[in-house]
Design a protein. Structure first.
Length: 161
């Protein structure tokens, strides 16, 4: 599916199991992490992060149907103590306790997240973006096969323009 990169909103694209595993590996996800998935859809990435990497997770999904589906999948996987899903707009939810952020959002949405990321996230917080680069953060690693980009929030004074 092709989506205009200057679109003001992101459509729903399902993240498959193998991409979710690659995201977790690139992001170095472990049991010490609190993973936030902004636009978490059906919860696949969070289920993989919790089940296979031991992380805790928070999904933020604006669509009520997808939020309900992801909650049901999390209950069925017996991971409701490890993952919570908030049916909300991620711009309205604090993300300051995240150690890893997953995003599969178009460039315009990523640009709108800049003030939130730089204000709320601690230095060292890892952000894994699927398919789209985040030009205002320093790129740490790239997985070209899976089209993944790893960034970290820099320390104060070292932020990219």
């Amino acid at each position: 599916m092709v989506w205009p990169p200057d679109s003001p909103w992101a459509p729903w694209w399902r993240t498959g199991r193998w991409i979710a595993i690659a995201i977790c590996r690139l992001g170095g996800v472990s049991k010490k992490d609190v993973v936030y998935d902004l636009g978490s859809g059906d919860g696949t990435a969070l289920l993989i992060a919790a089940k296979e990497f031991g992380a805790r997770g928070v999904g933020i999904e604006i669509d009520p149907l997808r939020a309900t589906i992801s909650k049901a999948r999390i209950r069925a996987a017996k991971l409701k103590n490890n993952i919570k899903v908030l049916q909300n707009n991620f711009f309205n939810v604090p993300i300051n306790d995240a150690t890893v952020i997953f995003v599969y959002l178009v460039p315009r949405a990523l640009l709108r997240l800049k003030p939130k990321f730089l204000k709320e996230l601690k230095p060292g917080t890892r952000i894994v973006s699927y398919r789209y680069e985040i030009p205002y953060l320093p790129l740490k690693k790239k997985d070209e096969v899976h089209q993944l980009f790893l960034y970290t929030i820099p320390t104060a004074g070292k932020k990219k323009d």
